[in-house]
Each structure stands twice: as C-alpha cells, then as structure tokens.
Design a binder for this molecule. Structure first.
Ligand SMILES: [Zn+2]
Length: 319
C-alpha cells in the first residue's frame, strides 16, 4: 500500500499535529489518525482500521455527508474519554495512603546510610550535622538494593520490593508534608553535567505514581525547630535542600514545589497553609513570602509559575 506519513512540518489535518503517527492512505485518500480529541469539520468519520486508528475522509471528496457516522464518532469519543478518566481515577484511588508511604519510606531509610563524602557536600551547602541527620538524607547507588524487601506499593520501589528505581547514584531525599510524613523519595544526582539534578523515584510505568491521591504533585513542607516569631509562611522553588535551608535560616515554615510548579499543587498548598495556621494559632494576618532565586525573574517560565502562585495566594510578596 502507498502511505503518506504526516510530519511536524506537514501536520495531520485531522488532529493538527496533536499526534505524530498519523498517515494517509494514498489509494483511498482516507486519513488514519489516532487522536481522540479531533473533531475536524471538513472531515467525515469513517470508522476505525484494524490498528485502532480512526478513519477520516475529506468532506468535499466524499459522496455524501453521513451524519450518523459523526454521531457515532462523537459517542465513541465521549465513551473513550470517560474510560480514560475512570482508569486515571482508579489508579489514583489505589495509591498508598500517605501514612503508609511514610512507614515504607522510613523502613527504607533504616536500611541505608549517608557516606562521609555526601555529608561533606551537604555541610558545604550550609547544613549542620543535626539538620542532615534529622532530614533523613541517605547515599544511594544506582538501582539501590535493599537487604529487607519493602512494599512495592510505594512508588519508586521495584515490583519485587528488593530495590529502588534510581537510575543514578546520589543522595536520597525523603520529602515531608506539613504533618512531617514522607510522601515520596527524590534523588540528588551529583554527576556534574546531569540533565536532572533532582528527580522523583517513580513506578509510574507499572501504574504506581508518586502523586498525591488528588492527582497533584506532592509539595515539601519544612517547619522551623522553634515556634516562629514572625507570622510568615514562605515559599521556595524546589522540594529538596532549598526549602529546608530557608526554613532554618529565616525561622519560618516553608513550602517548596517542584520547579516552582505551584499551580500543579494548589490543593496541597491550601491544605498545608491551613494546617500550619492551625498549628501555630495564626489568623488572617499571616503573610506569604516567595523567596525567589536570583535570576528567576529573568527566566520567564519561572516568572510565570510565580505569577500562578500569586493566583493561589493573592497577597503574596516576593523577597
Ligand atoms: Zn492526526
């Protein structure tokens, strides 16, 4: 058969380039497109091919407009959409509750130690030994083996429970929420030219996400050792060292989000703020300050994320 493949430059007219596997059969002129979102006005739905691609005929080419085919397509599209949403919700519902994630993470930390070299690196970043020990940092080797198997329901644990899914050596960072419970594990890859300095351990490939049950990205929450003197909740970009250092340096609770991606954790942030305010008995006079990185305002993508945090917290100030 004679096929035309659509490319990024010569995009599929049905989905306008949403998919990259679309093609046209040059004998039938039918376009085979897998998009479930497409609803092109100039094309008529002609059913599916044996590979599950939807078939579309160019309307002016077609003999007649068969409207019930379009209705059939729209029904199918709606059905598939509902199916996907249900599957997504089911996989979120089956995620381990935070309390249990915390227990599994602690039993992983109990089996690992922190190397002297990594301790030195952390001290150079400004941490004290006490902070390093309290934070639960550990050294990991690529695909870190565990002596005692743990539950594979924690994202980032291999299916057999015998090792972690970390593709590099590095420092293992357990990320706490506002209750001091660990929600997930991250790794600081110390390879100089790495493209991902920090990454979450994830078993998403076998359907076990590290996300919260709401579907949101987890956040990091660090509270100071002593009750804060000022009624301020701070924000930093990143879930790792930055929020913890800021919390101990400024002496206030700090919420950190991945890559400044606050908008993807809206409900988690609102819940954390409520818990922090209740814990310290704070009222509406609470101030919210974003501790922006140097240069981040220049980086327009980060600036956009900060703008989005401002939408969640209207009286946000920037330090
Ligand atoms: Zn297409």
């Amino acid at each position: 058969m004679n096929w035309k493949r659509y490319t990024r430059r010569d995009t599929c007219p049905v989905c306008n380039g949403e998919r990259h596997d679309c093609r046209q059969n040059l004998e039938t002129n039918l376009i085979h497109c897998r998009s479930l979102e497409a609803n092109p006005l100039d094309y008529i739905y002609r059913g599916q091919d044996t590979w599950g691609f939807n078939l579309w005929a160019y309307k002016p080419d077609a003999d007649e407009w068969v409207s019930d085919r379009r209705e059939e397509w729209e029904r199918e599209r709606e059905l598939k959409k509902q199916q996907r949403e249900r599957q997504n919700q089911e996989s979120l519902n089956s995620l381990l509750p935070i309390q249990e994630r915390d227990q599994v993470i602690r039993s992983i930390l109990d089996q690992l130690t922190l190397s002297d070299r990594h301790r030195e690196i952390l001290k150079n970043r400004g941490f004290t030994d006490t902070q390093i020990d309290a934070a639960g940092y550990r050294s990991v080797k690529q695909w870190q083996k565990l002596d005692n198997p743990v539950s594979n329901r924690l994202s980032g644990v291999k299916w057999d429970g015998n090792s972690l899914i970390n593709h590099t050596n590095g420092i293992l960072i357990p990320v706490p929420n506002e209750d001091g419970l660990y929600t997930h594990l991250r790794v600081n890859d110390l390879t100089p030219d790495t493209s991902h300095k920090y990454y979450p351990l994830s078993s998403a490939k076998r359907g076990v996400k590290y996300h919260l049950a709401s579907g949101e990205q987890p956040i990091a929450v660090y509270l100071p050792d002593k009750p804060p003197e000022k009624q301020i909740i701070g924000f930093t970009e990143g879930l790792e060292y930055k929020p913890l250092l800021a919390s101990s340096n400024v002496g206030i609770p700090i919420i950190g989000a991945s890559g400044g991606n606050f908008a993807n954790s809206r409900r988690a942030i609102e819940a954390a703020i409520a818990t922090i305010k209740a814990k310290y008995g704070w009222d509406d006079q609470t101030q919210y300050i974003l501790y922006a990185d140097a240069g981040s305002i220049i980086n327009s993508n980060v600036a956009l994320q900060y703008q989005k945090l401002g939408e969640i917290i209207p009286n946000l100030k920037v330090a």
